[in-house]
Design a protein. Structure first.
Length: 173
């Protein structure tokens, strides 16, 4: 197998890259307090949830956010390292932190904007670091998987025409 032919998955098992993985436990109270405004009690609850058997952390949104943040930092380190050392012909990385933060906090009037902004800042920094390591002629595509709308931006059917319309004015056939 040539050096450029391997593939890295999120559940990374390639032993020469395990040291690049950022563990959620490395993100402490001070940082989560700054990013999300969590209280000490919420942080302790998140820590307890993260120690529960598989899936426990997904029942606590602070623990879930912290895990996604750690994943983003892992992908950033792996991406930058791979670009520098392997210079792959094609590289694709999925940062789920914006989606995760949006699902967890978008409807939260207190923390929503802050959580989503923190997620975007994290991905912006990750992209900047990786892009700086690329050959300047490299084509970089940044795409999103979906967006979010307010809860009152539902889909309505126009019974006069039978068309499906969003409140923002876009109408389907
Ligand atoms: Zn989603």
């Amino acid at each position: 197998m040539g050096q450029k032919e391997f593939c890295i998955q999120p559940g990374i098992s390639n032993p020469w890259r395990v040291e690049l993985v950022v563990e959620p436990g490395s993100i402490g109270y001070a940082e989560l307090s700054r990013l999300l405004g969590v209280t000490r009690e919420e942080f302790d609850r998140a820590e307890a949830a993260a120690r529960q058997p598989a899936g426990g952390l997904y029942r606590d949104r602070v623990a879930h956010f912290r895990a996604a943040l750690a994943a983003a930092r892992s992908y950033r380190r792996i991406s930058t390292e791979m670009v520098r050392t392997v210079q792959p012909d094609f590289w694709a990385a999925y940062y789920e932190i914006v989606d995760t933060a949006s699902h967890l906090f978008a409807a939260d009037r207190v923390r929503g904007d802050r959580a989503v902004a923190a997620a975007y800042a994290e991905v912006d920094a990750a992209l900047a670091e990786t892009v700086r390591a690329l050959d300047p002629r490299t084509l970089v595509l940044v795409v999103s998987d979906h967006g979010f709308q307010p809860a009152d931006a539902g889909i309505r059917r126009d019974y006069g025409t039978g068309r499906i319309c969003r409140t923002s004015g876009q109408c389907g056939p």
